[in-house]
Ligand binder design. Structure first.
Ligand code: NDP
Length: 327
């Protein structure tokens, strides 16, 4: 018997239950993976709460994990039993001992990257890859704003920016998180619990402002983010940690300087095997070279039975960097 986390109604962390289940055999083009480490992502809370509703209950949760292939479905090419793999865009249900995943969304984990490193970085690191290299190509020396810089995605972004020679200004909610972001490579930080974001950014850039803002906080920072942009700058709104941005009057983009906005997702950038191979190679190279450290604090590794606490900690802003479930 295997274990998995499921929920039978949208709601707070209390809806999550750990249950026994018998994994189905992998279908055509799927592999069955025994998870060794599972990534916890903020999107999992949107799905649990119903911001991104599920189509049926009970539903599994989680899309990211790393482990070993134990069964291979018909038609699978290039993967074998015993392969060490990682995935970020699986159907819901990664919060489990065992998960069936389409082989198209699985990548082989290089020998020099551990399961924990894989599961803590795949979804978040591929996200940083497309944000900084594709949505807008950050240049060496460029100053830009990245919100929630001490979070899971954020700490990877700080390190990637440093590796590019760019100057990331990161927002954070505490002095402790400011130190973590700086240690990871942020050029400067703004504590958005104390300081006005746009004023502080203007000071840091001698009034120049920036050409791109990466905003995963959403509702609370939307307007300040627009105020940080130069004319014709790009607002990359890629998450909703404080709630979604709704009811936007397009005229505001005109008033604040002929701005651009995009609302991207990983699925829009990693659309094929080739995209996945290219982006994951770039991420693995960064990790293997030591440019990006994705080790997870012991206090943020949880057994499956502690999933409620893991979600509560993430949503109460008590975590920094990535968190993992260890089956
Ligand atoms: P994080 O570890 O970054 O956790 C979210 C952080 O957001 C918190 O730690 C907190 O940092 C900050 N935050 C600001 N306001 C709030 C609030 N009201 N409630 C809770 N947290 C708040 O999570 P992830 O690394 O998993 O994800 C980061 C963001 O990126 C999420 O919004 C997620 O949805 C988005 N994302 C988007 C993807 C895409 O392709 N579009 C892919 C992956 C992630 P602080 O305390 O410093 O304010």
């Amino acid at each position: 018997m295997s274990k998995r986390v499921q929920f039978a109604a949208h709601g707070g962390a209390e809806v999550l239950q750990l249950v026994d289940f018998t994994p189905a055999a992998p279908r055509d083009n799927e592999v069955q993976i025994e998870n060794k480490a599972i990534g916890i992502n903020y999107i999992d809370t949107y799905i649990r709460e119903g911001l991104y509703p599920v189509s049926q209950f009970p539903s599994g949760l989680g899309t990211e994990g790393a482990g070993v292939i134990t069964h291979v479905g018909a038609g699978v090419k290039g993967f074998h039993v015993g392969d060490r793999v990682v995935y970020a865009q699986a159907p819901l249900g990664a919060y489990s001992d065992v998960h069936n995943v389409p082989s198209d969304s699985v990548a082989k984990l290089p020998d020099n990257i551990t399961f924990e490193q894989g599961a803590s970085s795949f979804l978040k690191g591929l996200t940083v890859q497309y944000l900084l290299r594709q949505t807008y190509e950050i240049k060496a020396g460029e100053i830009f704003l990245f919100h929630a810089a001490a979070g899971g995605v954020g700490l990877i972004a700080c390190q990637w920016a440093k590796a590019l020679g760019a100057k990331l200004i990161g927002t954070v909610s505490s002095e402790e998180k400011a130190q973590l972001a700086k240690k990871a490579g942020a050029w400067a930080t703004i504590n958005y619990q104390i300081d006005d974001i746009a004023e502080k950014l203007s000071e840091l850039t001698q009034g120049e402002k920036v050409s791109v803002v990466y905003d995963s906080v959403g509702k609370d920072t939307w307007l300040s983010s627009l105020d940080c942009l130069k004319p014709r700058g790009l607002m990359v709104s890629f998450g909703n940690a404080s709630g979604p941005v709704t009811g936007v009057n397009l005229g505001i983009l005109n008033q604040k300087g002929s701005l651009y906005v995009t609302r991207p997702s990983l699925g829009g950038y990693v659309r094929s095997r080739e995209d996945l191979d290219k982006a994951s190679q770039s991420l693995f190279d960064m990790i293997a070279s030591g440019a990006i450290n994705v080790d997870v604090a012991e206090s943020q590794k949880f057994p499956l039975s502690d999933v409620k606490r893991a979600h509560e900690m993430l949503q109460s802003r008590k975590t920094s960097g990535s968190s993992l479930l260890i089956p």
